[in-house]
Design a protein around this ligand. Structure first.
Ligand code: ADP
Ligand code: MG
Length: 362
């Protein structure tokens, strides 16, 4: 097990900078998820940690040792890729034992480690099959088994579930979480799926264009996103970002925005006194999660309902406010929503962003 520190890491291919000053540190046993859209630099950063890519600038430390110039095989890591990279002519058992064999581990010990991994991943019945006789999920399990028997300091996963169908992805996600809980190992996991990030991570690094936009625990990233990009990337339906204004007042700060049926004023926004003074009377972007709206005849927001979308557990209500489309997520069993209605907002959950920089205001 190991800590991981990524200090001022930059990566350029010729003139093209794909990673710009990355700083991330995690403790022993943490589960770090690198989250972002395709092309943002996730795999490049993972490959740098693995030693498969050279660093242009900065340093990587695994367990307090600088590994910049250390060969991948000396780093005590195990990597699981999206393409499982199994040997097709070998059985599952041989695939799992292969690495140990190369390292000269005795047969009895290899068999024991393989048996343990197979139990942990519930694939004891598959050990004598060839990869071609396995489903996608089972192959992914073998790839994980091969990583587990190495007892690495650090597990690296690159979009391991991307090739699986939706149902299996959810099952394997649980499997990976269970694995982390049992092994207590340090994991770095790349995905573009924000749900995977939320469910698995102890820390998330949200990336865009080679820059870490927000690094923190998943709940913090969800509740208090560092900027509008993060707010929209994490959560589905996305956080509503409504153009409005901060009202000048002496008490707790209030914000207002326009709706087709009149102005909505939200009182009791949490904001520092300094920010409240600075933004008083100025435009702000008001961030409201869909689940923080509720139907309430005395609510602050007049709503003309455009669309009602029942999803089963929730009902999504689409309406217009601040010149933009807003989504509310309501309990389907709560009172029927009328065409013209009023919603209350949990104001203590509202976050504000600067309309120019799109950075969160505190
Ligand atoms: P992600 O894994 O987030 O989808 P990557 O780390 O694979 O993104 O890629 C980040 C950026 O670096 C992309 O714009 C990609 O085109 C570029 N890139 C990756 N590898 C190379 C390479 N060997 N040469 C040049 N550009 C590369
Ligand atoms: Mg990638």
């Amino acid at each position: 097990m190991a800590t991981l520190d990524i200090n001022r890491v930059r990566k350029a291919y010729g003139k093209m900078e794909v990673l710009k000053e990355i700083n991330i540190s995690i403790e022993d046993g943490e589960f770090l998820v690198l989250l972002g859209p395709s092309g943002c630099g996730k795999s490049t950063l993972l490959n740098i940690i693995a030693g498969l890519e050279e660093i242009t600038d900065g340093e990587v430390l695994i367990g307090n040792r600088v590994v910049n110039d250390m060969a991948p095989k000396d780093r005590d890591i195990a990597m699981v890729f999206q393409s499982y990279a199994l040997y097709p002519t070998m059985t599952v058992r041989e695939n799992i034992e292969f690495g140990m064999k190369i390292r000269g581990i005795p047969a009895a010990e290899r068999a024991k480690a393989t048996q343990q991994a197979a139990e942990m991943l519930q694939m004891e019945g598959l050990l004598d099959r060839k990869p071609s006789q396995l489903s996608g999920g089972q192959r992914q399990r073998v790839a994980m088994g091969r990583a587990i028997v190495r007892h690495p300091d650090l597990f690296l996963f690159d979009e391991p579930l991307s090739n699986l169908d939706a149902k299996l992805r959810v099952d394997m996600r649980t499997e990976i979480k269970r694995l982390h809980q049992r092994l207590g190992s340090t994991i770095v996991y790349v995905t573009h799926d924000q749900i995977e990030a939320m469910t698995l991570a102890t820390k998330v690094a949200v990336m865009k264009g080679g820059v870490v936009q927000h690094f923190g625990p998943p709940q913090e990233v969800y509740d208090r996103p560092a900027n509008v990009y993060v707010a929209r990337f994490v959560g589905s339906p996305a956080m509503n970002i409504i153009p409005g204004r901060l009202l000048a007042s002496d008490g707790a700060p209030s914000v207002a925005f326009d709706t087709p049926s009149g102005e909505a004023v939200l009182h009791g926004i949490s904001l520092s006194a300094e920010a409240a003074r600075h933004y008083a009377g100025r435009e702000v972007l008001i961030g409201i999660r869909p689940e923080h709206c509720a139907r309430d005849p005395q609510g602050a927001v007049p709503v003309g309902v455009d669309v009602v979308e029942p999803t089963g557990p929730d009902t999504l209500i689409v309406f217009s406010a601040g010149g933009t489309e807003v989504v509310a997520r309501l309990d389907p069993h709560a009172t029927e929503v009328g065409q013209q209605d009023r919603f209350a907002v949990k104001t203590e959950k509202v976050v504000l962003f600067d309309p120019e920089t799109e950075v969160r205001i505190d």
